[in-house]
Design a protein around this ligand. Sequence first.
Ligand SMILES: *Cc1c(COP(=O)(O)O)cnc(C)c1O
Length: 236
Amino acid sequence: MSRRDELAEGLAATRSRLDAACRAAGRDRTEVALLPVTKFFPASDIALLQELGCTDFGENREQEAAAKAAELTGARLHMLGHIQRNKAKSVARWAAMVHSLDSIRLAGALERSTEAALEAGVRAAPLDVLIQISLDGDPARGGVTRADLAALVETVAQSPSLRLRGVMGVPPLEADPERAFTELAELWTDVRRDHPDADVFSAGMSGDLELAVKLGSTCVRVGTAILGRRPLTSLP
Ligand SMILES: *Cc1c(COP(=O)(O)O)cnc(C)c1O
């Protein structure tokens, strides 16, 4: 089977899972975006997925994503992974959206870098930002704790170059995922009360997208189910 056929098959299977999940949850299919996660896979896979109708892609390593952005035209890349502050400048050049903002210091770095990129004409629009929430406070997995969420929300909301678009979350390893998605959805509802434009709840991956859709996700981030098992080493 050609790589194009493999990807078409993975995409079709994932789209029907998503259709069924929306039907089961009584939600309109247009409420939930499918974001293919292409980390560890070559830019040529993104190009094939573009031919198959995808426009947006998730990446989680800065260098790998920057290289792909330079190679591709028209692909909107989303940063899902941890961002070191010294990489903010590069991220502001290639990212359409960041799902993993988790500190006020990083918000400041992204704000300054986005302003510079706008001034230099490297980007045309403010940077869409999701705040990554950590339910267990495990710093290794990233995310802001519940206690620090409100201050970070206000920092982003007041930024001229960042646009608060919502929240992102991953259930903690040991947690009951149903309960975790429910808590994340509640925190998102709190954020949206003051910021109605924060309309994105990024939750759910290959293994748990049905549950995430049931509990309110508006963006599922799916790698393995579309692209297959990831190679062990990162590209390039
Ligand atoms: C890799 C990754 C995904 C995709 O995971 P799969 O289980 O392969 O679907 C989703 N979200 C984030 C933040 C990731 O890093």
